[in-house]
Design a protein around this ligand. Structure first.
Ligand code: SF4
Ligand code: SF4
Length: 242
């Protein structure tokens, strides 16, 4: 009895051993992948490829797009319409800045430069304690280093930094891309208004507090005015009696 040869095992589809079976399967798969008339569908099943399908798909895309209007932007003659949340440049509302340094610490590029000094503030009421506060001396952002991640704006706890959609501040000298405090302050004029609140939304906490304070003051004034009139009215008979 002769043992089946290598070609006999392959021809009958019977594996000669486990290794050669896997090798044969691998060769078949590879052949399938490179075969010109078979391709795999999304579910991995084999599908027959019809000649010219790719060409037809390409032509369909061409026909679809050739009837649409061109979307060429005529910049700089016409300004582009940018979305309101465009990250163009950062504006500083320095009145809100408490020099907490959070933005400079969190900036991944270390491109925010802040200098400050401490100042002593006299007590608000006689007998009170003196207080100290930080005074901003320098606030600058180097836009040559900035990667527009927005982390500084996110972390600022006092709403002192804002995105502006302005983007036309290219310079021929890289040093000019370090915008100092005044320039950052000027960008604030280009920051778009925040979107209106939902009609059903509650008022912001600050607004509600300001309204309560205003109502209290108005009530106090009314009480004082009516008290004054009452006192005048009470004096009248006395005056008449004397
Ligand atoms: S946007 Fe990012 S990289 Fe630019 S200054 Fe702010 S934190 Fe730094
Ligand atoms: S995080 Fe805001 S408040 Fe603090 S230093 Fe930066 S800009 Fe000023």
């Amino acid at each position: 009895m002769s043992r089946p040869g290598r070609h006999e095992a392959q021809g009958s589809g019977e594996p000669e051993d486990g290794g050669s079976s896997r090798g044969s399967q691998h060769r078949h798969d590879r052949h399938d992948r490179h075969s010109s008339d078979v391709e795999r569908g999304n579910d991995g099943s084999k599908e027959r490829k019809v000649f010219g399908t790719g060409l037809a798909k390409g032509l369909a895309v061409t026909l679809r797009t050739m009837t649409r209007r061109a979307v060429t932007e005529h910049y700089p003659e016409a300004q582009p319409e940018l979305p309101p949340r465009t990250r163009g440049v950062i504006g500083l509302f320095e009145e809100n800045c408490t020099v907490c340094m959070l933005c400079a610490r969190e900036c991944p590029d270390w491109c925010i430069y802040i200098d400050s000094h401490k100042e002593t503030v006299p007590p608000a009421a006689p007998g009170g304690r003196e207080r100290s506060r930080n005074v901003l001396d320098r606030f600058a952002i180097d836009f040559a280093l900035c990667m527009y991640c927005g982390i500084c704006i996110e972390v600022c706890p006092f709403d002192a930094l804002f995105w502006s959609p302005e983007f036309e501040y290219a310079e021929t000298d890289i040093h000019e891309l370090t915008h100092e405090r005044d320039k950052l302050r000027a960008w604030m004029w280009t920051v778009p208004e925040p979107p209106a609140l939902d009609e059903a939304a509650e008022d912001a906490k600050e607004l509600a507090t300001a309204r309560r304070t205003a109502d209290k003051l108005a009530a106090q004034e009314r009480a004082e005015a009516s008290g004054g009139r009452g006192a005048q009215g009470g004096d009248g008979p006395g005056e008449g009696a004397s």
